[in-house]
Design a protein around this ligand. Structure first.
Ligand code: S3P
Length: 183
């Protein structure tokens, strides 16, 4: 297929929206490389995300995330799966929007709860002492965070509803949306 005008494609969306699943398949479809911001953070620090949060704190995590994002924004021919919080501040959002096409994988909060309720690797969805939340606590945590973040996510160039988990359909919708960026 034709190569889009900007050669850098970012995937954003809440935790559990499918960014890390969709990104390599999208990259393969476009003939691009794929990089995952969280994986790069883990590689650079030699620590798992949940350990970075518990040992060094969220602020440190966000600093490393910004450093990695700046580096990745210089790439070409690449699909980058972001963390769910990466574009939820203005400097990061502007960096992403000025260097590539931002795609928002939008998923309904009930679907996110369903996908994440047994996952143990999301520090922001645990209590301060690191304990898993019960379903009601998880629901209200997700709803509050989503509400705060929607104004950033909604500035994406392309929004794709990806509730149904059919990966092929989601990838097709993205590729379709990218056509308007073709030369
Ligand atoms: C975060 C999402 C996570 C990871 C970290 C913080 C967030 O990535 O970057 O736990 O702020 O939403 P995923 O969206 O891939 O789960």
């Amino acid at each position: 297929m034709d190569v889009p005008k900007k050669h850098l494609i970012y995937l954003t969306g809440f935790m559990g929206s499918g960014k890390s699943t969709i990104a390599p398949i999208l990259a393969n479809t476009l003939g691009y490389a794929h990089v995952d911001v969280d994986e790069e953070i883990e590689r650079l620090t030699g620590k798992q995300i949940s350990d970075i949060f518990s040992e060094l704190g969220e602020e440190y995590f966000r600093e490393v995330e910004y450093t990695i994002l700046r580096e990745l924004s210089l790439k070409d021919g690449c699909v980058i799966s972001l963390g769910g919080g990466t574009v939820t501040n203005e400097p990061n959002l502007q960096l992403v929007k000025s260097s590539g096409i931002l795609i928002y994988l939008k998923v309904d909060s009930e679907q996110i709860i369903h996908r994440l309720k047994y996952k143990t690797d999301r520090p922001l969805l645990k209590s301060n002492s690191g304990i898993m939340l019960d379903e009601e606590e998880l629901r209200s945590r997700i709803i509050i965070l989503l509400e705060k973040r929607e104004r950033f996510y909604s500035q994406a160039d392309i929004t794709v509803m990806s509730d149904d988990l059919r990966v092929g359909v989601t990838v097709d919708k993205i590729v379709d949306g990218l056509r308007k960026f073709d030369r």
